[in-house]
Design a protein around this ligand. Structure first.
Ligand code: PAF
Length: 327
């Protein structure tokens, strides 16, 4: 954490902050912009919590990494400086390795299969988070990740070779792209636009609506539909804060979170639905990477990633997971 973040942490270290109006503050922070479904869903969560608690709680939502990047935000939950965040699965797996299972590339043929697995695995994924000062509230998502690039799209597995591709700071993503022949470059999101603009990187990977919302189409003329990761975004709370809540208040917050989760997913579906046409309208080439080429990329990417997860979690959970996802 830098000095700014430390100051915020010091100011917010009590988990029972109270507003001038006497409401208890729930501090929510995330790294996405205000157009992102995550932010919209947190705003809905804020309304619901306020309404259903009769104004006893006030949810303050800090977007765009104002209180830190995703890794720092999970750390801020552990110190109690932030109460709730939602981060990318890749970042979460650095704290709780069971989340690595969701980062096996090319696991899901469609969003329904991914969502079914995500929902069916919450108990496994949230197990033992309390031991590291965290509590799992929900799993949001941002849809399938696709590749955007400056020079050409991915029409064949060969096209990935040598591509300087920005990945999240998620070791399994780096491993997967390296195995596919790319030159993966992990960096925080804040640096991506300028790095694409200056040519430090050739491409990045994210759901298509991130390319429109973040105006990456100004510097990326091709997107390729690779569906390589179905992007889960766990919503996590500070366990000190969560376990301090009276049962009735925890129930109000959990119910608001359940409703916000349904809302978040509907927003993602709507964004995914319109992003392709928007990009085409903006002159971006949309390449449907052929199924045989996806299969070739999968054959390269999965073995080292699965080996790494086995080395961390052991064979049994990995075998059970692979069986459940039909791999
Ligand atoms: O690529 C990332 O870092 C994430 O997907 C993003 C764009 C910040 C959304 O969570």
């Amino acid at each position: 954490m830098n000095c700014f973040h430390n100051m915020i942490a010091a100011a917010a270290v009590s988990f029972a902050l109270v507003t001038g109006a006497g409401a208890e503050v729930i501090k929510v922070a995330h790294a996405d912009n205000q157009a992102h479904p995550k932010h919209q869903a947190f705003m809905r969560f804020a309304e619901l919590v306020k309404e259903n608690s009769g104004g006893r709680f006030e949810v303050e939502v800090y977007p765009s990494g104002q209180l830190g990047d995703e890794r720092e935000l999970v750390e801020a939950l552990q110190t109690g400086a932030v109460h709730v965040t939602s981060v990318s699965n890749g970042v979460m797996s650095a704290f709780a390795p069971q989340f690595m299972l969701l980062d096996i590339p090319f696991s899901f043929g469609d969003a329904g299969a991914a969502r079914g697995m995500i929902d069916g695995s919450q108990t496994l994924l949230f197990a033992d988070l309390e031991t590291i000062g965290l509590h799992g509230l929900a799993i949001w998502e941002q849809g399938f990740r696709q590749v955007s690039s400056s020079a050409k799209g991915i029409s064949s597995a060969e096209d990935v070779k040598g591509m300087k591709l920005r990945t999240m700071e998620a070791p399994l993503h780096v491993e997967a792209w390296r195995a596919m022949g790319a030159n993966p470059t992990p960096m925080s999101w804040g640096q991506v636009y300028s790095s694409l603009q200056t040519g430090i990187i050739d491409g990045q990977e994210n759901p298509l609506y991130v390319v429109t919302q973040e105006k990456l189409f100004e510097v990326q003329k091709h997107v390729s539909l690779t569906n390589h990761i179905y992007d889960a975004m766990p919503v996590i709370a500070s366990n000190d804060w969560w376990s301090s809540l009276p049962e009735a208040d925890a129930a109000i917050i959990a119910a608001a979170m359940a409703e916000a989760t349904t809302y978040e997913r509907s927003l993602v579906e709507a964004e995914v639905e319109k992003a392709r046409a928007e990009l085409e309208g903006l002159g971006v080439e949309v390449v449907e990477t052929p199924a045989a080429e996806i299969a070739a990329l999968k054959a390269l990417a999965q073995p080292p990633v699965i080996a790494r997860i086995r080395a961390t979690l052991g064979d049994e959970p990995v075998d059970a997971w692979l069986k459940a996802i039909g791999q």
